[in-house]
Design a protein around this ligand. Structure first.
Ligand code: CA
Ligand code: CA
Length: 393
């Protein structure tokens, strides 16, 4: 009798195992991938033992430029993502989540691209994405402008045709436009509030604009997080820092003073932080090669090659009242003599070093390129392209 009862339990148990297996197979279609490993020991354990195989939702690369997040297939489907391969020893799926205008996301590594990307976008109503934190441990949003080509500002550097506006975070983000491919900015979340990225693209101005932005959510303890308030953050012993919309060609628009306009953006006031790498104690800045790599204030068209990009064109201190960069307590690299001021502007930049910590470079521009009481208008400024090199202790 007792043996019969055991037999009945075993049969019932096996039936429930097969029904359960069928259910899982039907619902998940991948028992061996997302949820796997049930075991039964006949006569000893009568119920299936099911364990969920976990894996970290880490970044995963794939064949194109877009990084994904390692997720279960069903999770990726629920998010409307695209599976581009496997990860976590084939247990997970590399899932790329892409969003367009008028959407919301709380997924790490979401890509936000222009309509029809990578084809050019003619323009239309403002295109926005709302970014919510994926969990309470996220403190910062890293915005990678993988591809960002918008219309140039007007001749005074104001983004009147196209503009990227970022609101809702705890970091003040200037309005930017023009060419910003390769730039990265960091925006602190303000508690649980969403960050909204809105891109205005005025269709009345014919322009072949396009963008593809990666939105990376950084945990509060993530080593890649930028110090609070740093709009940009560089790591590595050497690197290149370009101002927003820095580029090789001049702006074709005229400024309000009816002279050749500027690529340099107006109304900037932000800090660029550079992580002090282990074993380094100071930092040196120099302008990159080329005549126009430091054209922050003054008349580019009126200056010749003996002025542009040279010490003759360089200006500092009281000469810098409208547009300038700030480097704290600098020393002239060539002489080792203290500069005695922290403001730099003009049409050239003499290499300086600074041992002030943390390593921060500030960028300030005023609202236009027009004439002031004391100076003629700025003409055809492009901003700056500076190389930094950390100096070993
Ligand atoms: Ca200027
Ligand atoms: Ca200005």
């Amino acid at each position: 009798m007792f043996r019969k009862l055991i037999g009945v339990y075993i049969i019932l148990g096996l039936v429930s195992v097969s029904v359960f297996t069928l259910t899982i197979n039907n619902e998940l279609d991948e028992l061996d991938e997302d949820m796997e490993e049930y075991s039964e020991r006949k006569g000893k354990i009568l119920f299936p033992f099911v364990s969920i195989v976990r894996f970290a939702n880490t970044d995963c690369a794939n064949t194109n430029v877009m990084n994904g997040t390692c997720l279960a297939r069903r999770e990726c489907n629920n998010l409307g993502g695209t599976i581009t391969g496997t990860c976590a020893n084939r247990r997970g799926r590399c899932c790329v989540v892409s969003r367009g205008c008028g959407t919301t996301t709380n997924v790490n590594n979401t890509y936000f691209s222009s309509p029809g990307y990578p084809a050019a976008f003619g323009g239309g109503a403002a295109c926005s994405i709302i970014v919510n934190r994926c969990n309470n441990n996220v403190c910062q949003l890293r915005i990678d402008f993988l591809d960002m080509v918008l219309a140039q500002p007007n001749g005074d550097g104001n983004c009147v045709t196209d503009a990227i506006t970022i609101t809702g975070g705890n970091t003040v983000v200037p309005v930017i436009c023009g060419d910003n491919t390769g730039q990265t900015i960091y925006v602190d979340f303000n508690g649980n509030a969403a960050i909204t990225i809105s891109i205005a693209a005025t269709p009345a101005t014919a322009f072949r604009r396009r963008w593809n932005i990666r939105l990376v959510q950084l945990g509060c303890d993530c080593p890649g997080i930028a110090p609070n308030g740093c709009l940009q953050y560089y790591r590595g012993a050497t690197g290149t820092i370009n101002s927003f919309n820095y580029g090789g060609t001049a702006n074709t628009g005229l400024s309000a003073s009816l002279v050749t306009g500027t690529r340099q953006l107006a109304n900037l006031n932000y800090g660029i932080c550079i992580r002090m790498e282990a074993g380094f104690c100071a930092i040196q800045y120099a302008q990159n090669g080329g005549l126009f790599t430091f054209t922050v204030s003054g008349d580019v068209e009126g200056a010749d090659n003996t002025v542009l990009g040279t010490a003759v064109g360089a200006a500092n201190d009281g000469a810098c009242t409208t547009d300038f960069v700030v480097i704290p307590n600098p020393t002239v690299v060539a002489t080792g003599v203290a500069v005695g001021t922290d403001r730099f502007c003009g049409l050239g930049f003499v290499p300086v070093s600074s041992a002030a910590k943390p390593f921060v470079l500030y960028v300030v521009t005023n609202g236009d390129e027009g004439a002031t009481i004391n100076s003629p208008p700025d003409v055809a400024n492009r901003g700056f392209s500076l190389a930094y090199t950390q100096i070993a202790c």
